[in-house]
Design a protein. Structure first.
Length: 452
């Protein structure tokens, strides 16, 4: 058993030597040289707090307190590099693993990454083996600080081939709500992502019960052939293409089914003045310098219908029957079986055309425009089956704002109703006068978007 004892003593000596490496070898003297070379490659100042070597559990080097950029657009708490010691004797040094902890990337850094990668690609000589080859990269507690939001913390794993190309990359948020896998496929990358109870980190605060995305990406764009979501009691199925060569470009289509519109309006930051189940088939596109401005450049076309809903804060029937009231249907609500039409949206301006509302004794048609400041204009023709108006159609001018809409009868309608009441008395006279006034209004009142 002496040989076993000797092996144990030898192993203990080796462990002690490896443990003493950080105290015997100082690497901080190399920091100025490393900072200069890194700064020259990136074109940005690079600062490093400390470098140390260790032998346990495997030989590795740890670089701490890294900052890149004058305003520290990139910050890294710690980078641990574990080399293959035998490869140091060959032409290609092999790094078994690089572990990055506490990475913080700002929007400015993300915008600069394409230029940095082009610089790196030009530095290697074609046909020559790489000076350094990395087998695996791991990120922990990484955070993306975008212009108006923060994404993370998350962790990522990247496995690289013998040629240095990524074989597979996976991303997982710390809370486990979002995960994504990226695999190379010839000159492109296959993407699969899924999320549960996840909220968008940028743009509208839409909460997805479930979200599944599949597609193919290149260095120029991403073609998402499957975008499937469940949210607010309904579902969305669609396709989208995103490009980023010059700014950001977006286009696609979707099928929206039975989504509760009031919850969706709340997530979009809009007044929740309508409830009901939304069905739509939007075609959309957008172009903007960056992601933060993409929503402002959105263009959209879609037919739509909302079932079994309520218009909150507006009583169309009251506006059509109370002709002398100046309240314009304010307050109250309008219940409907179905509200349908066509929505056109261009840079914040929304045009609702071919509007049709049906509900029991009330029916209405019209066209309404909503400005980027949520100001209303247009015309609604309301038909209410009431004793005092019989079946007369009452043209109503639309004004006010989305939060405080106003519906008032046209001047001709009010004059006709007043004249009919004076000649024939209330009831029949009002109804006949309203019908005559409404007819005059339609003849001389221009389009439904006008106000006469």
């Amino acid at each position: 058993m002496k040989w076993l004892k000797r092996i144990g003593i030898a192993f203990g000596v080796i462990v002690l030597i490896l443990a003493a490496v950080p105290f015997l070898i100082s690497l901080n003297d190399y920091i100025p040289q490393i900072e200069r070379e890194a700064s020259a490659r990136l074109g940005e100042p690079v600062r490093i707090a400390s470098i140390r070597a260790a032998g346990l559990p495997l030989p590795h080097v740890t670089v701490s307190g890294i900052a890149v950029g004058k305003t520290e657009d990139i910050k890294v708490g710690k980078v641990t590099v574990s080399p293959d010691l035998w490869s140091l004797l060959g032409p290609t040094r092999v790094i078994r693993a690089i572990e990055i902890e506490g990475l913080v990337l700002t929007q400015k850094a993300l915008d600069k990454i394409p230029a940095w990668t082009r610089t790196e690609a030009k530095s290697g000589a074609p046909g020559q083996p790489p000076a350094v080859r990395v087998e695996r990269i791991k990120l922990e507690d990484a955070v993306l600080k975008l212009e108006k939001a923060t994404f993370g913390p998350l962790e990522a794993h990247v496995r690289l081939s013998a040629s240095g190309d990524p074989e597979e990359a996976s991303i997982l948020t710390r809370d486990g709500k979002l995960k994504a896998v990226i695999k190379p496929d010839k000159a492109s990358y296959r993407i699969e992502a899924s999320a549960r109870q996840w909220k968008l980190p940028l743009g509208p605060a839409i909460l997805f019960d479930e979200l599944d995305v599949k597609g193919v990406a290149t260095l120029r764009d991403a073609n998402l052939s499957v975008v499937r979501a469940r949210l607010y009691g309904g579902a969305i199925d669609g396709k989208a293409n995103v490009g980023w060569q010059k700014g950001l470009q977006l286009r696609g289509n979707a099928h929206v089914s039975q989504v509760e519109i009031r919850s969706l309006l709340q997530a979009l930051g809009k007044p929740q003045n309508m409830s009901g189940r939304l069905n739509a088939k939007p075609l959309f596109s957008a172009s903007a310098p960056n992601a933060g401005q993409l929503v402002n450049g959105l263009k959209l076309e879609t037919p739509f219908n909302v079932q079994n809903g309520v218009l909150h804060g507006l009583d169309i029937g009251k506006a059509a029957t109370s002709l002398i009231s100046k309240e314009g249907g304010k307050g109250g609500e309008t219940r409907f079986d179905e509200l349908s039409g066509h929505l056109s949206m261009d840079r914040g301006t929304r045009r609702l055309t071919q509007l049709s509302i049906a509900s029991g004794s009330l029916s209405a048609t019209g066209n309404v425009t909503i400005s980027p400041k949520d100001e209303l204009s247009g015309r609604v023709n309301a038909n209410v089956k009431a004793a005092q108006l019989a079946s007369a159609t009452v043209p109503l001018n639309v004004s006010g704002t989305v939060q405080s809409p106003l519906l008032l009868p046209t001047g001709a309608t009010m004059a006709g109703a007043a004249a009919g009441t004076a000649i024939l008395g209330p009831g029949v006279g009002t109804s006949v006068g309203t019908a005559i006034g409404s007819g005059i209004s339609r003849i001389f009142g221009g389009s439904d978007d006008g106000k006469k």
